[in-house]
Design a protein around this ligand. Structure first.
Ligand code: PLP
Length: 446
């Protein structure tokens, strides 16, 4: 059960089928363009959509808005140091700024940065600075039904290959994303992090985590084997293997906005701090209000509560189980923050050129007022290169929806699956030249 009770409620919108039909047509069959007030259950993302606790709301009231040396910064710094063990703590307003600061500082033209799978903002920050982002995840990560417990693991042999191809001097750092968001929120094992750490030490290459879901990843290690003890100890053990991290606190920080870089290297921290002053603000607020730092510090404490994590991960697993029981094709095993419907198996009669995952995303909205996110041809097939997978991600915000909300979503998915033969594909009528999925317009194929 939920390890919390509810003090404040927010009414969710209900719409008629006719209203949803009109909203879909007006949006150009693109749910990014549908106003949130017309969405009943919003599973577009788990980023920045968490519900804050009473203690976090209370934290906002003790915001100290001093330009320099705010009390809230010192609490935030102490919290991040204790959780990660890293000495230097640099606040930012979200994760991609942490990445920007890191890569503008360390990256030279032509450098290669390995990761299990780069998140899109990480990849974009590397490429924007003239670098090459290389994905080195284990092969099983690309198989939607390979049931392995730590599908986010790095393949160390692929690191060897990057090293052999470009040489040590072209690899400014190795990243490891926990959990592996772009691979379905799949966890990385402690053993694998140890191997990556040893590899980096052997070659004197810095090792940095993209640690947005560090607590969810630690919990998976506790329940799927490989680590025991308190979550805070497992987390600390993970961080002890690396030299630093970038974090978007919009995930496991349980806040609506925030992030940070934490590092041990003094010289690098100094360079990053100078850059921070240029683009975000003074080092003790980094683009945030004092009250935001206090709420973030509180969220980082709360996320380590094992009861919270058992509910959080359990809720997503139960959601996946209910879909599996109804025969709905999913990516397995279910990861930490979302379930991914497999649209190729769901809608085998819709050819990939007609965007089956987008068709399913629109059908979920029309049938149930549910908003998911297409991760398939609309998002990725820009140059005639079609992606292997056509997925619809249903991301679960933290502490926002109850089990009955997700049961409702699972029931709608099951109904659509029974009626799948009646669903039709889509074609594009407008597309931008970059990141087209955000603004594309489509129409049904008749
Ligand atoms: C969300 C996310 C980011 C980027 O963070 P923002 O706060 O959205 O800028 C980077 N890496 C991963 C793995 C993420 O999930």
């Amino acid at each position: 059960m939920e390890p919390f009770k509810i003090k404040t409620v927010e009414t969710i919108p209900f719409t008629t089928r006719a209203e949803r039909e009109a909203a879909l047509a007006e949006s150009g069959y693109n749910v990014f363009s549908i106003p949130a007030r017309l969405v009943t259950i919003d599973l577009l993302t788990d980023s920045g959509t968490s519900a804050m606790s009473d203690q976090q709301w209370a934290a906002l009231m003790v915001g100290d808005e001093s330009y320099a040396g705010s009390d809230n910064y010192y609490r935030f710094e102490e919290t991040v140091r204790r959780i990660t063990g890293y000495e230097h703590v640099i606040p930012t307003h979200q994760g991609r700024v942490a990445e920007n600061l890191l890569f503008t500082t360390v990256l030279k033209e032509g450098d290669h940065v390995p990761n299990n799978i780069h998140f899109d903002t990480t990849q974009a920050n590397i490429e924007h600075n003239g670098g090459v982002a290389v994905n080195c995840v284990i092969d099983e990560a690309y198989d939607p039904i390979a049931d392995v417990p730590f599908k986010g693991n790095m393949d160390v042999a692929k690191l060897d290959k990057v090293l052999a191809d470009v040489g040590r001097d072209r690899i400014p750092l190795v990243m490891l994303t926990i959990t592996n968001n772009s691979g379905g929120g799949q966890p990385v094992s402690l053993e694998n992090a140890r191997e990556v750490s040893q590899w980096c030490r052997r070659h004197s290459i810095p090792f940095i985590y993209d640690a947005c879901r560090f607590a969810e990843n630690a919990y998976f290690n506790k329940v799927r084997g490989g680590a025991d003890g308190a979550i805070s100890d497992i987390v600390r053990e993970f961080f002890s293997l690396a030299d630093g991290c970038t974090v978007s606190a919009k995930k496991d920080g349980l806040v609506n906005m925030g992030g940070f870089v934490a590092l041990n290297n003094h010289e690098l921290a100094t360079q990053i701090t100078n850059m921070l002053i240029l683009i975000e603000g003074f080092p003790t607020y980094g683009g945030l209000a004092g009250r935001d730092l206090e709420a973030m510090a509180q969220g980082l404490e709360e996320v380590l509560d094992e009861r919270y994590l058992a509910h959080r991960i359990g809720q997503v697993q139960q959601f996946g189980q209910r879909l599996t029981d109804a025969g709905v094709p999913l990516v397995l095993p279910v990861g930490g923050h979302a379930v991914y419907l497999d649209a190729k198996r769901f809608l085998p009669h819709i050819p990939q050129e007609q965007f089956p995952a987008q068709a399913l995303t629109c059908a979920l909205y029309l049938e149930g007022g549910i908003r998911g996110c297409e991760i398939g041809g609309l998002m990725f097939a820009m140059h005639g290169d079609w992606p292997e997978l056509e997925l619809v991600r249903l991301a679960v915000p933290r502490r926002v929806y109850t089990r009955s909300h997700l049961d409702y979503v699972a029931d709608i998915c099951a109904k659509l699956y029974r009626e799948r033969d009646s669903l039709r594909g889509l074609r594009i009528t407008y597309e931008a030249t970059v990141l087209r999925h955000f603004t594309a317009r489509l129409e049904p194929v008749v």
